[in-house]
Design a protein around this ligand. Structure first.
Ligand SMILES: [Zn+2]
Length: 354
């Protein structure tokens, strides 16, 4: 138990046993024994380990330890095992702290995720379009652009983890569950439109699970779901017109900023809705490639998504004196000093009761 946590914290910090040993002034053998549970570190050593791995000592004693289940990478990653282990350790740490925060509340402050009821049957990609619309309807999103996809998912019981992708790693996102809570992980550095498409695509997997007929490619269906969720057909047709023989790059850039769907995403959308021909979409993507726009689109990037739910729940518990500042810091994975700096006003209104 303690050994597992030491190992996980070391991996999350990206350290080998040998490097960890150097940092705390012990042998690699000792670290290995701690991790296997054949030797128990004393409190001084634990403090040193916490410092080396940049975790609080309390981390080593946290009780619940949810396993991530059904981990599915957006694209089969060509990442080295070591980096995958590191990403998973970072995610588990986030999830643990989040689930522990939830246990502070006698009644769960969040809804549990449920696929909206009475979704249309799916036979082809057009039906996927209707499913996305139905989800929007069930969640009362109307047809307008979605200001925060993270906010919408969090409101419906999906935990979004935004991680700093380890340097040099090509990471396209992952989905998993822990204790029945669906989790979607995206990269912090990605442009906002990429984060949003990945989130909507993964929502597609959750919603379409078990609903697709054999022969309909799930990845393609989830991409279609994502496009339709971000820009409903009616809006796309209204914005672009029913039939086009060319699309302007400035036009695509404006639409990207209105809906948070990439320029390339708009070209796909125009094609799948029959607004442009297949040959026009091929030729547009060819020029996108030549201009390097498949790697980085021109103009201002779309603002990144932020997740506030966890911090809000911790701050609420802190304001209600359910936890100490130190505990709040631990739950947010920051130092007590950082926590104090973030809370310079303490509880607003407390003085009035004295
Ligand atoms: Zn997928």
């Amino acid at each position: 138990m303690l050994g597992d946590r030491i190992k996980r914290a070391r991996i999350a910090a990206g350290l080998s046993q040998r490097r960890a040993a150097e940092l705390v002034g012990l042998s690699a053998m000792a670290i290995s024994k701690f991790e296997r549970g054949t030797l128990t570190p004393n409190s001084k050593t634990l403090i040193a380990l916490g410092r080396a791995f940049r975790v609080r000592v309390e981390y080593f004693f946290r009780s619940s330890s949810p396993a991530l289940q059904g981990i599915r990478y957006r694209k089969e990653p060509s990442l080295p095992k070591k980096i995958l282990a590191k990403i998973e350790a970072i995610v588990i740490d986030h999830v643990e702290r989040f689930l522990e925060t939830l246990t502070l509340y006698p009644i769960s402050p969040i809804e549990s995720f449920q696929v909206p009821r009475r979704l249309p049957e799916v036979h082809d990609l057009d039906d996927v379009e209707s499913v996305a619309l139905k989800v929007r309807k069930a969640w009362r999103l109307g047809q307008d652009p979605i200001a925060s996809v993270v906010g919408v998912l969090e409101e419906h019981g999906i935990l979004v983890v935004i991680i700093e992708v380890p340097e040099g790693a090509r990471f396209d996102g992952l989905a998993a569950t822990a204790d029945g809570t669906p989790i979607i992980v995206v990269g912090r550095e990605w442009p906002g439109d990429r984060q949003r498409f990945t989130l909507a695509h993964e929502l597609g997997h959750l919603v379409l699970d078990g609903r697709l007929p054999p022969g309909l490619d799930e990845e393609q269906a989830c991409n279609r779901f994502a496009g339709a969720f971000l820009v409903p057909r009616e809006r796309a047709c209204a914005a672009l017109g029913p039939h086009r023989t060319q699309l302007g790059s400035q036009e695509l850039l404006l639409l990207k900023h209105e809906y948070g769907l990439s320029m390339a995403g708009w070209v796909h959308r125009a094609h799948e809705l029959g607004i442009i021909s297949h040959s026009l979409s091929t030729s547009i993507f060819k020029s996108f490639n030549e201009l390097g726009w498949r790697t980085e689109e021109p103009g201002d990037p779309f603002p990144q998504e932020v997740s506030r739910l966890h911090e809000q729940l911790v701050q609420r518990a802190l304001a209600e004196n359910m936890i100490s500042t130190a505990k709040a810091a631990e739950l947010l994975g920051i130092s007590t000093r950082e926590m104090r700096e973030q809370n310079p006003w303490e509880v607003v209104g407390a003085a009035a009761h004295q």
